[in-house]
Write a protein that binds this ligand. Structure first.
Ligand code: TMP
Ligand code: ASP
Length: 253
């Protein structure tokens, strides 16, 4: 059987040419990285969990009329998505001070913010994804003012949706990162949510205990990442309580 063509390999996912023009197969790897991939592990089963979790969130968002690239999950590790032209921005929405914002501004982690704060980072590993302002985005034409308006509106809706979903399972949505793309339809393009939504790109704290159910478990060596992601998936009703492999996390290299 002919091998399908790989389009792109990132740190956590691989993109393959899809079965129809304008479609892509997105494959979730077990590779786990932090701090510009200076910290790196293969955590068995992480890709399977993120594929399921991202499907769950994207399906919910599609259901409330937020356009996303997601079409359907194909198997344990792959989903079919629309091909988009990625806007080179990491859009971060914060509800509670944490991470780089706490460091940069000297605000204690866990301090609630009076309103959601949106930040933009220019996607460039060699530059370590620097924070940028709207001025940079327009001057370098990464997105037009109309596109950024759309991105802000959609980001706030995603925040409301995800905050509500998490609230319902006793989890606080502290912050998260999303990416957008342009989906072309003849001469028109429209902004759609792309990439993934998973605990790799969110901060999620248990409301009662403060336990972290996100990639900070890996970044800060706080225990088993798969246990944390499985706990989240179980609460959401996405996965049964015991994983089918039952082996837990394994350091492969
Ligand atoms: P930060 O506090 O490190 O800037 O992260 C903000 C949010 O963005 C947090 O939920 C983790 C997520 N994130 C990514 O998804 N990818 C990244 O490369 C970084 C630095 C953060
Ligand atoms: N994804 C980024 C990296 O590999 C950083 C992070 O999520 O902390 O390095």
């Amino acid at each position: 059987m002919a091998r399908r063509r790989m389009i792109y390999e990132g740190k956590a996912k691989i993109l393959y040419e899809g079965p129809e023009p304008g479609t892509i197969v997105q494959y979730f790897k077990d590779d786990t990285t932090a701090f510009d991939a200076t910290k790196k592990e293969v955590i068995e089963g992480k890709g399977v969990l993120n594929n399921r979790l991202s499907e769950h969130f994207m399906t919910g968002l599609n259901g409330i009329g937020i356009p996303t690239h997601f079409i359907k999950r194909l198997n344990m590790r792959e989903q079919l998505v629309y091909a988009v032209e990625i806007i080179p921005l990491e859009v971060v929405i914060r509800n509670v001070a944490a991470g780089s914002m706490s460091k940069r501004l000297g605000v204690e982690e866990g301090t609630p913010l009076p309103r959601p704060i949106i930040e933009y980072y220019y996607k460039d590993d060699a530059l370590h994804d620097p924070i940028v302002s709207e001025e940079h985005i327009f001057a370098f034409q990464w997105a037009s003012p109309q596109e950024l308006d759309e991105i802000i509106q959609l980001s706030m809706r995603v925040n409301d949706f995800l905050s509500g979903v998490m609230h319902g399972i006793g989890v606080k949505l502290v912050d998260f990162k999303i990416e957008f793309g342009r989906r072309f339809d003849n001469d028109f393009s429209r902004i759609v949510l792309a990439d993934e939504i998973s605990p790799d790109s969110c901060r999620l704290w248990d409301v009662e205990t403060g336990r972290k159910l996100d990639k900070d478990v890996f970044r800060r060596d706080l225990g088993s990442l798969t246990d944390a992601y499985t706990e989240l998936a179980t609460r959401l009703g996405v996965m049964p309580r015991k994983s089918s492999t039952g082996t837990g996390p394994k350091l492969v290299k």
